[in-house]
Design a protein around this ligand. Structure first.
Ligand code: SF4
Length: 338
């Protein structure tokens, strides 16, 4: 099943909740939010049913996201349910790490393959300013627990913002190396709740590479990892790291990802302003064939390449203003899973 630009549907990011226990500047900077109605949030069995349909349509990689996925009660039960699906060969989760220390062993035992933890700073005071939470030590404990729990891969994702944490690339790389976790640096993006984004705050890929090579010496490019968004590199000592240059060098042409919100809206692009309602037909009793036909007809019309289109704008500003986000929480990054 290919879209209009010849891209297959293979990756599905499933947001299991729009709630989060942090308030990161680049995602949830406001005091108040409009939350999805509880009765709209998909039950685990409903998610499982949709994953069956997605798998039949070609999806073989699933990532659980949020909000913060670990604030959803009993998440290991969903992991167990999805890990048992024959078509899903990769089951991963992105978390802020706050609740990971306790959860890691159970998630691993339930069948979760890989974990990515968001960590933008090693400085507790800076963490508190960035996230409005004093849980920095818990995040570090969560990363340590994940590396002990035996996941196939543990990664650390760091959003780099100029004047905020652009002086921490080297310490973060060294920390990741010591923990046995691959660090990926992400350019600050202008999407969802990033209402305070401006081009000046982007610390681009080229400057990241310059800062890293000034400390470690020549960097060897390893190329793209399949359709994964990160470009990978190796330091002279063998340490690998990634850069996700979503803002200055987007990778839409190989994008096989789509996103399912916790209430069952299916978004074909991070920048899409509208999603396709899957909850409605699912709860109305649609058959697997009917749901699959909906996926196929929708995907075959997909021509989204949001980040590439944004790069062509002469004056770039946040995609959606705060007032618009309040009117439709589906436009929020924390609703559609980043
Ligand atoms: S902007 Fe849209 S099409 Fe481009 S990589 Fe992101 S999700 Fe894919």
């Amino acid at each position: 099943m290919l879209d209009r630009l010849g891209r297959p549907l293979r990756n599905l990011r499933i947001s299991v909740t729009d709630r989060c226990n942090l308030r990161c500047q680049y995602c949830m900077p406001e005091r108040d939010y409009v939350w999805l109605p509880r009765e709209d949030v998909l039950h685990f069995e409903e998610i499982g049913r949709l994953v069956d349909v997605f798998a039949a349509a070609g999806v073989d990689r699933v990532r659980l996201t949020g909000g913060e996925p670990l604030v959803r009660r009993d998440l290991p039960r969903l992991v167990r349910l999805l890990a048992g699906k024959a078509g899903i060969r990769d089951l991963a989760m992105t978390t802020n790490g706050v609740l990971l220390e306790e959860a890691a062993p159970e998630l691993r035992a339930a069948g979760l393959h890989r974990v990515t933890v968001s960590l933008d700073t090693l400085n507790p005071a800076r963490f508190e300013a960035l996230t409005r939470s004093d849980s920095h030590a818990r995040v570090l404990a969560g990363i340590a627990a994940a590396t002990r729990a035996g996941f196939e891969v543990v990664k650390i994702d760091s959003v780099v913002m100029r004047g905020v944490n652009d002086d921490e690339l080297v310490p973060l790389l060294e920390y990741g190396r010591d923990m046995g976790a691959e660090v990926r640096f992400i350019e600050y993006m202008d999407v969802g709740g990033a209402t305070r984004w401006s081009p000046e705050k982007v610390f681009p890929r080229a400057e990241m590479l310059a800062a890293i090579s000034a400390r470690f010496g020549p960097i060897e490019p390893l190329g793209q990892d399949g359709s994964a968004p990160a470009e990978r590199f190796r330091l002279p000592d063998g340490t690998r790291f990634g850069i996700i240059a979503s803002t200055t060098a987007p990778f839409c042409r190989s994008c096989d990802r789509s996103r399912l919100t916790a209430d069952g809206l299916w978004f074909l692009c991070l920048y899409a302003t509208r999603g396709v309602d899957l909850r409605g037909p699912l709860r109305a009793g649609a058959s697997g064939e009917e749901l699959q036909a909906l996926l196929t007809s929708t995907w075959s019309e997909r021509a989204d390449r949001g980040a590439e289109e944004r790069i062509g704008l002469s004056r770039r500003a946040p995609l959606v203003a705060a007032g618009e986000l309040r009117k439709d929480p589906h436009l929020e990054m924390h609703t559609r899973g980043g």
